[in-house]
Design a protein around this ligand. Structure first.
Ligand SMILES: Nc1ncnc2[nH]cnc12
Ligand SMILES: [Zn+2]
Length: 320
């Protein structure tokens, strides 16, 4: 049995079609535009984001969010996951008209219940939405910096990487860093190496979400290895979004061979027909990783986690 850890998963993107359909019944909403035959439907990244927002729109109270985080974390724990970092977005709270505080308290309550039941440790990474622009990222950062929560330990950014330059988005990350939060950002998923380089220069993260397209530039690969930047790789997501056609084209093993710290993650599991368990299976079956090597990947994730040192020590001890 390989113990697992996940440091890149979007909470709203982890809601299963069954859970979204049950929420749709609760709020009497038609979801046939985003779910067909029990599967999320979208064709490209832009449509995926719309589908994601449609699912997120059905979580409308602290109780709904507690149910969502508890359900996902219990599933993870069943698959031998001991640690999970979930991307959250206070923009979603604003979109559904609940307070940021209710949104965060609901998620924290779900985390508490899952931990009580399974022992799984979890933290939140607040995110700004890139396509919302610099002001919206700054607003999200200011909220979490001004309202510290013990389970919010990082700040990141998702959304459309094709929009806005990291230089313009950096002020929000400066606020979050000054508040003591760990920093990560999506880059090198939809856009090539320049996006990763600009993110390193201006956003100064210790981790990059995806980052896989760095492989297109050998100097950047060396920089990522030298600076010990950890990549939150999500191979199933990359295949689903057609960043790569086949797993044999995926650069996971090449990045790893170049000395970069890589991890395995599910991103938005039901949208990409995956789970953390399946990502580890991809590691074994497509990339040829042994159980010892997969456990090393879990260790890398925990070493890179945005968590206090005592918790990190306890988690690492479980792997020995
Ligand atoms: N794969 C992804 N890339 C960028 N933003 C996202 N938000 C949710 N999933 C995402
Ligand atoms: Zn992501």
């Amino acid at each position: 049995m390989v113990l697992k850890a996940e440091i890149h998963c979007h909470l709203e993107g982890a809601a299963s079609p069954a859970l979204v359909e049950s929420q749709a019944r609760k709020y009497n909403v038609d979801v046939s535009n985003i779910i067909s035959n029990g599967v999320f439907v979208w064709n490209d990244f832009t449509q995926f984001l719309k589908c994601y927002d449609g699912a997120a729109d059905l979580f409308r109270s602290a109780d709904d969010y507690a149910l969502l985080s508890e359900t996902y974390l219990n599933e993870l724990a069943d698959d031998d996951c001991i640690y999970s970092e979930l991307f959250i977005s206070t923009d979603h709270a604003r979109a559904i008209g609940i307070s940021e505080q209710d949104y965060i308290d609901g998620i924290a309550e779900g985390m508490r219940r899952a931990k009580e039941k399974t022992g799984i440790e979890a933290r939140m990474i607040a995110t700004g939405l890139r396509h919302g622009g610099p002001e919206s990222v700054l607003r999200a950062a200011k909220y979490v910096a001004g309202n510290p929560h013990p389970l919010i330990t990082g700040f990141g950014m998702g959304g459309d990487e094709r929009m806005h330059h990291p230089k313009d988005l950096a002020p929000g990350f400066d606020v979050a860093r000054d508040a003591g939060l760990g920093i990560t950002t999506h880059a090198g998923e939809l856009v090539g190496p320049q996006s990763v380089r600009d993110s390193l220069d201006y956003i100064k993260p210790s981790r990059i979400g995806h980052g896989v397209r760095a492989i297109e530039d050998p100097d950047l690969v060396k920089r990522l290895a030298d600076e010990q930047i950890v990549l939150e790789c999500c191979p199933g997501s990359n295949i689903s979004l057609k960043v790569y056609d086949e797993f044999e084209d995926h650069p996971f093993m090449a990045l790893r061979a170049a000395g970069i710290s890589v991890t395995l993650n599910s991103d938005d599991p039901p949208h990409f027909h995956t789970s953390l368990k399946r990502e580890y299976e991809i590691g074994a079956n497509e990339f040829g990783l042994s159980d010892v090597e997969l456990t090393q990947i879990t260790r890398t994730a925990i070493k890179a986690a945005f968590v206090d040192e005592e918790t990190r020590k306890q988690l690492l001890a479980k792997l020995d």
